[in-house]
Design a protein. Structure first.
Lengths: 301, 292
């Protein structure tokens, strides 16, 4: 007969929905910005018409982030401590993140300015800096929970990759939806071409395949890993967080769009817009199980 | 320094980054306050919990120290076992490494302490602590002079230790299960006990080098995964009741067996409701300044 735990103090899980939304917003912002950089930084000229819309979308989403993060602090007015010499703590992932969240939007603003000015040279230089900052900002969101060895579900080096891939596909998904809406208000010659949207959907499909592969790797790790990883997967993710993990992320966010984008539906507007909507929403499921699921098991300890 | 400690220092040096004071365990001439908990003597009276609550005015729903209870075996060969818990005052504390504003720090004599005036209430340290030893103080407190909306934790009663007293939980322990002292002093009781008895620590695999040692520890109650897998129906019910009744502080509290997405939404509304409390002190100060 094994020991049965009859009483223990119950603990709160400190990070909640605002943090999940923040992770989703930063990801979608980074993904949109990558698309914006296709034309001006990587020299793929057919992407230039959407560069401005993509960077404005990326900036817009990132503007919500400080509000969420600062209001989530117990002492919102002390957020400045994160950047003050004498307070700043170099070993803390959140300290790196605060600098990234500050510098990323600044670089995006400058990049967007040069895009509007049609200055190819400076748009490319600043764009390179901005894209590194965009990826780093989202890399940090994966790392900030990964570097906690006591949180077994989060403590995997796959974390930043899972976050970045989710960012890439949700960013493209959102961008396609924004361009679709934008096209209603544009004259015929300024409308974004359907062929370009199809191409973006193709990139999204590659991202989905890679995301499925990463999830499979994570699944293998939990099956062959320690008891903590195994129980964390079976009893927390597959049970308590079944809706965000299986239904929202895996089925709605990955499998359904993959089926659509592998079928003849990918040539239809309904198929592409539908898949984009599903991916953009489904990736939020990953943010939920990652943040809340990672904290759940330990709240009983 | 023993050869074992030398080995520990050399293998753990990378972990010392971000820890303001290097680990002092086994270093001659340095104090290293530690606690030994003899589980054979613990009767589960919870005096330590009450003493701690009284000493610091710890709010309802959070704990600096608490006692876990488990039932082992089957009637008639069954017994009830207890395990007091508190901050482990690790030599390589993850909470200190991950705190972005150096609000939490490692004292030279082994205490892991919290500076309320530096804490921004981001709760990173709560996420980082593998022992659940940290808690977030609520916005509303009975005594308004006590800190609010920052993270708090066990201090090993440093204010008492500096006056030559033992921590409140140690003084209140009726069974003499909690023993406190300088583990670097070979004459101290904790040094003698850790040398003589077979002691265990919580989650040794994380390499945090805790300073709370258990004598007679049962691996099943000490193991987090076992705890989760073998939680009783009573504990599940208590957990759900607790999670339903503690709102307003923007925590990710999910009630087991209910729709997760419903609680995700509820958590967001709790977050929105908590915002005015966070600005309350500043608004009150501004009002005073403008309308005094």
């Amino acid at each position: 007969m094994e020991t049965l735990i009859t009483y223990n103090a119950v603990h709160h899980n400190p990070w909640g929905t605002p943090i999940t939304i923040y992770f989703w917003l930063v990801g979608a912002s980074a993904g949109s910005f990558v698309l914006s950089a296709f034309g001006w930084v990587f020299g793929i000229k057919r992407y230039k018409p959407l560069a401005l819309s993509a960077s404005v979308l990326a900036i817009g989403m990132l503007m919500i982030v400080p509000v969420l993060l600062i209001w989530d602090l117990g002492k919102p007015f002390r957020f400045i401590y994160l950047m003050l010499p004498g307070y700043w703590h170099g070993t803390a992932p959140m300290a790196w993140g605060s600098l990234l969240i500050l510098s990323y939007p600044v670089s995006m603003f400058v990049y967007t300015y040069f895009v509007i000015k049609n200055d190819q040279k400076w748009a490319k230089i600043i764009g390179i800096i901005a894209i590194v900052l965009a990826l780093s900002t989202h890399w940090y969101t994966g790392v900030v929970m990964e570097l906690n060895p006591g949180r077994y579900i989060n403590h995997t080096p796959l974390a930043p990759l899972l976050f970045l891939t989710g960012a890439f596909i949700s960013g493209i998904g959102l961008m396609i939806l924004v361009l679709w809406i934008k096209n209603f208000f544009m004259s015929e010659e300024k409308k974004i071409k359907w062929a370009l949207m199809e191409e973006m959907a193709q990139y999204m499909m590659y991202g989905i395949v890679f995301d499925c592969f990463l999830l499979f790797l994570d699944f293998m790790q939990t099956q062959y890993g320690t008891a903590s990883e195994n129980i964390g997967h079976h009893e927390v993710l597959m049970n308590i967080f079944f809706t965000p993990y299986i239904m929202l992320e895996t089925v709605i966010g990955l499998l359904l769009p993959l089926v659509i984008l592998c079928s003849p539906l990918k040539r239809t507007r309904l198929g592409v817009y539908g898949a984009s909507l599903l991916v953009a929403g489904g990736v939020y499921g990953m943010r939920i199980w990652w943040v809340m699921g990672g904290q759940y098991m330990q709240s009983f300890y | 320094m023993s050869s074992e400690n030398k080995h520990e220092s050399s293998t753990h040096h990378l972990r010392e980054y971000g820890v303001q004071t290097p680990g002092t365990k086994g270093i001659p001439g340095k104090r290293r306050y530690s606690m030994v908990i003899d589980l054979r003597k613990c009767i589960g009276c919870m005096s330590c919990v009450v003493a701690c609550k009284a000493e610091y005015g710890v709010p309802l729903g959070v704990w600096r120290t608490w006692v876990m209870v488990a039932d082992k075996g089957r009637y008639p060969d069954s017994r009830r076992i207890f395990m007091p818990r508190l901050c482990n005052h690790c030599d390589y504390p993850i909470c200190v490494r991950n705190c972005p504003t150096q609000a939490t720090f490692k004292h030279a004599e082994g205490f892991v302490l919290q500076r309320y005036n530096r804490c921004i209430g981001c709760r990173t340290c709560v996420i980082a602590c593998p022992y659940n030893a940290r808690h977030f103080l609520p916005a509303k407190r009975t005594n308004n002079n006590l800190p609010k909306l920052v993270v708090d934790k066990c201090t090993f009663c440093i204010h008492r230790v500096k006056k030559g007293l033992v921590p409140a939980c140690v003084q209140a322990c009726v069974g003499g299960a909690r023993i406190f002292g300088d583990v670097n002093d070979p004459k101290s009781e904790v040094a003698k006990l850790t040398a003589k008895e077979k002691v265990t620590v919580l989650k040794p695999e994380l390499g945090t080098s805790p300073s709370v040692y258990y004598i007679g520890g049962d691996w099943e109650i000490m193991d987090e995964t076992h705890n989760y897998k073998h939680r009783s129906a009573q504990q599940k019910a208590e957990f759900n009741t607790f999670k339903r009744n503690h709102h307003g502080d923007a925590f990710a509290d999910i009630v087991e067996g209910e729709n997760t997405m419903h609680h995700v939404g509820k958590n967001m509304s709790d977050f929105l409701a908590s915002i005015p409390h966070k600005f309350h002190d500043v608004v009150a100060a501004l009002k005073k300044l403008l309308f005094a």
